[in-house]
Design a binder for this molecule. Structure first.
Ligand SMILES: NC(=O)c1ccc[n+]([C@@H]2O[C@H](COP(=O)([O-])OP(=O)(O)OC[C@H]3O[C@@H](n4cnc5c(N)ncnc54)[C@H](OP(=O)(O)O)[C@@H]3O)[C@@H](O)[C@H]2O)c1
Length: 332
């Protein structure tokens, strides 16, 4: 596996998004997920991404099991601020309200979260600690200041921010160097090319691309909403509902044409496209299946020419990246 850098630390160019192993995309299979985690390291995919909210702590517990034998070989990233354990938050006002999403980035909450995450992950430090969503009631300087103290305490090696706009990134970076921004980035989610990516490049901040396969859509593996399990969040996702699934198939067709010409998979074209966007872009495709893990990692060897890359430009995606409540919390 080719390597790329986050804050000077070399990691596999393609990482592993672990969310779906415990949350959002259908049933979990712990034994298979543990095999996926083990195999990922054999293939040089050593950047694992989780968050405290994935499965309300279950995803971190799962990784904790896997990490018992390989902690020193993994670049471990987790996140805090999206509240799942209501007893921990200091924002009592929101907890008691009907708000669909609660974000708490107060220093007091951060201090509780890191200790819980370290306990679940069964480790004494995480390599990259992200603010999952910006809490607009807390100045970013205050949040990052508290995160910086975790670095001083040795609980965290590097700091990251997820779903931030350029101004927030710049302000945060003045308080403490930001190693990475984690943003939705893929062939069908490119708006950060005009704001957050230029700022990240100016500051030398890595761009970790989440949902790089468009939550699976860009792989062409799904033909309609019926392909998703009952509890799958994509059944209610704007890009998959209200007729948008059909409209968005145009991009899948374009990707498929390139895949056929290369004798490869659409998923690999989607990842090769991201890898071609710059050495500072690190996709973290998510999977809980060995077959797809191996397929995704093999995208590292795929190269698209200029005409192929250009043929994937100019597509208008139908549907927002999140529902209205979720959109209120992105790129703050
Ligand atoms: N910072 C944030 O706010 C945020 C938000 C979302 C995600 N993330 C992170 O980003 C990671 C990746 O994003 P994601 O999981 O949302 O989306 P993704 O990586 O774009 O897509 C994952 C979906 O694609 C399927 N898949 C994976 N490889 C495939 C292949 N080769 N062929 C066909 N289907 C394939 C997976 O199926 P199976 O699950 O069945 O394997 C899963 O349903 C997450 O795990 C999480 O760590 C961060």
């Amino acid at each position: 596996m080719t390597q790329r850098e986050i804050a000077g630390r070399k990691v596999g160019a393609i990482g592993l998004g672990c969310m779906g192993m415990s949350f959002a995309y259908g049933p979990s299979d712990e034994a298979e997920s543990l095999r996926v985690l083990e195999r990922s390291l054999e293939l040089g995919c050593d950047h694992w991404d989780t968050a405290d909210m994935y499965g309300a702590g279950d995803n971190e517990l799962l990784l904790g099991k896997a990490l018992k034998t390989c902690r020193d070989r993994v670049f471990l990233a987790t996140k805090f601020a999206n509240v799942f354990d209501r007893s921990l938050t200091s924002h009592r006002d929101l907890v008691s309200s009907m708000a669909p999403m609660i974000v708490d980035a107060t220093p007091a909450y951060i201090n509780k979260c890191i200790d819980k995450s370290l306990e679940r992950l069964d480790t004494d430090h995480v390599d990259l600690y992200y603010l999952h969503r910006v809490d607009d009631r807390v100045p970013i300087e205050e949040t990052v200041g508290a995160m910086a103290r975790l670095v001083e305490q040795g609980k965290v090696k590097h700091l990251g921010l997820s779903e931030v706009g350029p101004d927030t990134l710049r302000r945060a970076h003045k308080v403490h160097p930001i190693a990475a921004v984690q943003m939705e980035y893929s062939i069908w989610a490119r708006d950060i090319e005009h704001d957050t990516i230029p700022a990240a490049r100016e500051l030398g901040v890595a761009v970790v691309a989440y949902s790089p396969l468009g939550r699976g859509f860009l792989t062409g593996a799904y033909g309609s909403l019926d392909d998703f399990d009952k509890g799958d969040v994509r059944r209610n996702h704007p890009r998959f509902t209200d007729g948008n699934f059909e409209k968005n198939k145009e991009i899948v067709r374009r990707i498929d044409q390139i895949a056929q010409a290369h004798g490869t998979e659409s998923s690999q074209v989607a990842l090769a496209w991201l890898l071609a966007q710059g050495e500072d872009v690190l996709p973290i495709p998510g999977t809980k299946r060995l077959k797809w893990l191996e397929q995704n990692i093999a995208a590292d060897g795929q190269r698209l020419d200029a005409a192929e890359l250009a043929s994937l430009d100019g597509f208008t995606t139908s549907g927002d990246r999140y529902n209205a409540a979720g959109m209120a919390f992105v790129k703050r």
